[in-house]
Ligand binder design. Structure first.
Ligand code: S3P
Length: 428
């Protein structure tokens, strides 16, 4: 796909529902009692795989236009899947669903695509085994396919070795099957959508500093759930609106959970103009509209507690930093090596190829900003966030980019190129 550079944007954009929250809405509604109605659900490949897995376990899930109706079967109502549960490319599905499967008294096998089979699973296998689940991976017990036989879950007190919302959520979901309280301690605060949604559906989860306590409960209740727009998808347009010569973009209805808004803090610190309009809270999740206008950026240092708050936005931050004045350092970001691709080496290689001054470090990257980047041929590594970050780089480059395998954007943002085409058409 060829992306030509542009100079001017005036757009109002609706971005699709949050991926993390869409997964949780399907999983929690499936094991709640009664019907849930989910609005603004993300119909991307990843959450659609979550739907397919829960349908295989006997849950009735209907897609009626913009509304997904889930008829919950209760905590113990899932049935043994006849086949392998296939999560495709979705790390959130395999890790969170393993927490629920740990509580089921039947055997299941969970697998996915080549990327999933190369991502570490010992981080969930260890705590779920401690809770009493019989769970096995292959290749030193670290990789999918996973074979899980659950039941008889015990509460645990567990210190997470990595700041991972996926691992924390797997334990919280398994804790629904324990008779006493489970306590989790995080090294750094990660996204808390699971805690918020479980409480919205009747659970009692509370946190103090970095410790989270899940009290035992009888059942969850089906609810109406409105899913805010995904700030990780909005991030591409925040950077585009900032970097383009003459830009103004209004992005409607974006999730503004403070565990996810690192991108706003960092872009503002770099000099971006981003305004929050009409802040509101829906089913326990803050949201608002974002107005971004073009401005020049300067380099900064990003690391520590900030990293989990913008973990999925590092590829697009690298694009912003490539066109900022001065040096940007991203550190403590080694988790990026085990995402859908190795996002550190992917971004460093590709941005270097199109003319940026960027080098890889052991836990991140160093970028020396320039006033322009050339453009050229780039690879997506079949990773949705790499494809989208490099598309934005193409739009603000001198010559544009030619990107291979762009269809992977369907994982989290199926209408991404539709919006990009609108932006390009409006300019000409
Ligand atoms: C997610 C958590 C993050 C993030 C992923 C989605 C989630 O992963 O990178 O895209 O929905 O919980 P980790 O928590 O493993 O860092």
């Amino acid at each position: 796909m060829i992306i030509k550079p542009i100079k001017k944007i005036r757009q109002i954009i609706d971005i699709p529902g949050d991926k993390s929250i869409s997964h949780r809405a399907i999983m929690l509604s499936s094991i709640a009692e009664g019907e849930s109605k989910i609005f603004n659900f993300l119909k991307g490949n990843d959450p659609m795989n979550t739907i397919a897995c829960f349908r295989q376990m006997g849950v009735s899930i209907d897609l009626n236009g913009d509304c997904v109706v889930v008829r919950g079967v209760g905590l113990r109502g899932l049935v043994r899947p006849a086949d392998v549960l296939d999560v495709g490319n979705s790390g959130t599905t395999i890790r969170l669903m393993a927490g629920i499967l740990a509580g089921q008294d039947f055997q299941s096998i969970v697998s996915g695509d080549e990327s999933i089979k190369n991502r570490p699973m010992d981080r969930i296998i260890k705590p779920l085994r401690k809770m009493g689940a019989n769970i096995k991976g292959i290749d030193r017990e670290n990789f999918a396919p996973l074979k899980i036989h659950g039941g008889n879950i015990r509460p645990i007190k567990y210190k997470l070795p990595v700041a991972s919302a996926q691992v924390k959520s797997a334990i919280l979901l398994a804790s629904l099957y324990a008779k006493d309280k489970t306590i989790i301690v995080e090294p750094k605060k990660s996204r808390d959508h699971t805690e918020r949604m479980m409480n919205y559906m009747g659970a009692d989860i509370w946190s103090r500093d970095r410790s989270i306590t899940s009290e035992p409960l009888e059942k969850l209740y089906g609810k109406e759930i409105y899913i805010p727009g995904d700030i990780s998808s909005a991030a591409f347009f925040l950077v585009l609106g900032t970097l383009v010569e003459d830009g103004e973009i209004l992005i409607n209805g974006v999730g503004l959970n403070p565990t996810r808004t690192g991108i706003l803090d960092v872009l503002r610190q770099m000099g971006a103009s981003i305004q929050i309009i009409s802040p509101r809270v829906l089913n326990g999740e803050p949201m608002g509209d974002l107005l971004v206008k073009s401005s020049s950026l300067k380099g900064i240092s990003i690391g520590g507690d900030m990293i989990p708050r913008l973990i999925d936005e590092v590829p697009i931050i690298a694009v912003a930093a490539s066109l900022a004045e001065g040096k940007t350092t991203i550190s403590n970001a080694e988790e990026l090596k085990v995402k859908e691709s190795n996002r550190i080496s992917a971004m460093v290689n590709e941005l270097k190829n199109i003319g940026a001054d960027i080098e890889e470090t052991h836990d991140g990257m160093i970028i020396h900003g320039k006033s322009e980047i050339r453009g050229g041929k780039i690879h997506s590594y079949k990773d949705h966030r790499i494809a989208m970050a490099l598309t934005i780089a193409g739009l603000v480059s001198q010559e544009g980019v030619d990107i291979d395998d762009p269809n992977c954007v369907d994982i989290s943002f199926p209408n991404f190129f539709h919006i990009i085409n609108g932006v390009i058409k409006d300019e000409s």
